[in-house]
Design a binder for this molecule. Sequence first.
Ligand code: F6P
Length: 323
Amino acid sequence: MKRIAVVTSGGDAPGMNAAVRAITRVGIDAGLEVFGVRRGYAGLIENDMIGLNARDVGGILQLGGTVLGTARSEEFKTEEAQRKSIENLNKRGIEGLIIIGGNGSQMGAYSLFKLGFPVVGVASTVDNDLYGSDISIGVDTALNIIIESIDRIKTTAESHNRAFLIEVMGRRFGYLALMSGIAGGVEVIVAPEFEVDPATVAAELRSAYERGKRYALVVVTDGAKNNAETIARYFREHGQEIGYELRVTILGHVQRGGSPTAFDRLLATRLGTAAVELLKSGDSGKLVGFISGQIAFTPLEVVVANEKTLDMRMWHLSKILAK
Ligand code: F6P
């Protein structure tokens, strides 16, 4: 193998750049030429690639986002676009592709692999919903941003004796809500895995008020049926008496921005390095993740066929801790 390429795909995640840097420098050290694909799978279809040398990836370790750019490409779901992408890679003599991304991206990676192209995935998504890795690139940074926000909201909530609905990312997976809810010490956690209807949220808040809590917080996953807006609207329309005045904070894309934590930089560096080594050894069709504190390789076929689950004991614990 002489040439490889790297692509960052789907939602960006802090640490992607650290992975691109490691892949480039470890690849060059191993005697490979490394290319970067711009704008995710959209760039792969359009043959938008650049050669990367060691200096090109200088100064990006500490940057959030992805210097290569990313996209959510609908077109890449078609076999025509996938074949076109392989043709583009072949024309440049690129023999292996590293795909840094989450569920949708690894689904695309598996499609390319099934068409005969050597690919290796690197687990990256703030949602932490990717099977094959206990923790993905970006999760630790997002969690720390959420915790900092919760801590900040607590001070103003306490001053005004208010309740806050705080919406966090996660889409269909409640990991960020659950972990930030526990680490941030909130009263109620709402996620797709444990939907709490608005009337029950109201009752929980009322109970916290009657137990003498000066303020109360609810963390809600953006992809839950009952998201922050739905719950707030229900309270307004039904005149729910919760004791506190209510405010809503949607953290949104702030959670994916900014500098990656030390953990994310190290995780991205280790996963990126292992991805180059795997490709170089002639192996492919696998996701590089982190399981039980170790680098782990899981076939993409297994990754795309399975869904990650939450440890429900943590949710029960969160209820006890909120007393
Ligand atoms: O999948 C990552 C994620 O940040 C989700 O948590 C969130 O629901 C979604 O992406 C937001 O998508 P977009 O960045 O396309 O607005």
